[in-house]
Design a protein around this ligand. Structure first.
Ligand code: TYM
Length: 334
């Protein structure tokens, strides 16, 4: 059976962008692959985090993984910092990656341009090698992510090819070369306030995103104030009508109804009616998830699942780490 790895940062409450681009894919994939779904708290500390909040968000994200339907009997669910192989592998990977490669990452460029070189941590630059480590440690064949992670996956593939070539013997591969898997639809959910920008959980304008834990009335308000255009025509045309197209793809992801069907159903109707129905669809999607989330947070079940997950993850990750160390000659014996 092929293996899947993916992770989400506990750097805030996940948005419906994270749900549509990532989590929603995970639910189906867990039935067909050996899956590892991680809460990547070490990634979250590349930018300043409040320690108490970080812990809450880490546990909260684990609860959300389960609440959306991930099943610990089928998938290994764990917290990155509870498996020390991640930080160790990241070091080896950094030493086999050039600064040039890392400075080319658009996420780094964006953030360092905004804050200057003295305003961002070194970890923000070396963050992609940590992500490469996550993926290779579990021998992942496939990595389901949103569109914004594509470049990091390219870096991962380059690294694996280089590492295998440099250290593999007699064409024996040390690490598995992964493929990226982007959702056919919803790989890039856009901000409700600026539909040319990605929806992000760290947006300073909370009206730009719908958090998975937003209350129904907040969801309704945010959708009502979503930026559209003045034509009043409901059609899918991301180039010219990014706002309404984004809402159509959220509607489709929330209900499973194809975009074309929705566009036909709402042809000739106003944006107001469309937004009201969309808001109800999102409320209907999130309400049962939120109920289950609150139950899980209050239970011991969650910690048991995470303990078992970390144990299972360590077994696999430590084996790969040892293989990497052997290949490059770290330590005294293989
Ligand atoms: P993160 O935490 O920013 O986002 C988690 C997942 O959600 C996807 N995503 C989106 N998809 C569609 N539309 C959006 N607006 C949107 N915003 C976010 C992301 O693409 C991602 O799949 N570096 C990663 C986490 C990570 C990881 C990994 C992923 C660490 N190690 C190994 C895969 C494999 C990140 O910051 O994702």
């Amino acid at each position: 059976m092929e293996t899947i790895f993916s992770g989400i940062q506990p750097s805030g409450t996940p948005t419906i962008g994270n749900y549509i681009g990532a989590m929603k894919q995970f639910i189906d994939l867990q039935n067909h692959y050996d899956c590892y779904f991680c809460i990547v708290d070490e990634h979250a500390i590349t930018v300043p985090q409040d320690p108490i909040k970080l812990r809450q968000q880490t546990r909260g994200l684990a609860a959300l993984y389960l609440a959306v339907g991930l099943n610990p009997e089928k998938a290994t669910i764990f917290i990155q910092s509870e498996v020390s192989a991640h930080a160790e592998a990241a070091w080896i990977i950094q030493c086999n990656t050039t600064i040039g490669e890392l400075e080319r990452m658009t996420q780094f460029k964006d953030k360092s341009q905004k804050n200057g070189r003295t305003g961002v941590s070194a970890g923000l630059l070396t963050y992609p090698p940590l992500m490469v480590g996550d993926i290779v440690l579990y021998n992942a064949n496939l990595v389901p992510v949103g569109d914004d992670q594509k470049q990091h996956l390219e870096l991962t593939r380059d690294f694996v090819e280089r590492f295998n070539k440099r250290y593999g013997q007699a064409n024996q591969e040390i690490l598995v070369l992964p493929e990226v898997k982007i959702a056919e639809q919803g790989g890039r959910v856009m901000s409700l306030q600026d539909p040319t920008k990605k929806m992000s959980k760290s947006d300073t304008n909370a009206k730009g995103f719908i958090s998975m834990l937003d209350e129904p009335n907040i969801i309704r308000k945010k959708i009502k104030s979503a930026v559209t255009d003045s034509t009043g025509i409901i059609e899918y045309d991301p180039e010219n009508k990014p706002g309404i197209s984004n809402l159509l793809s959220i509607f489709s992801a929330a209900t499973g109804r194809p975009i074309e069907e929705l566009a036909t159903a709402y042809a000739g109707k106003g944006y107001g009616e469309f937004k009201t129905d969309l808001a109800e669809a999102v409320v209907e999607l999130l309400t049962p998830i939120q109920e289950r989330y609150h139950e899980l947070l209050a239970s011991d079940e969650l910690d048991d699942i995470l303990d078992t997950g970390a144990e299972q993850a360590r077994l696999v990750a430590n084996k790969t780490l040892q293989r990497m160390k052997n290949a490059i000659g770290l330590g005294r014996k293989p």
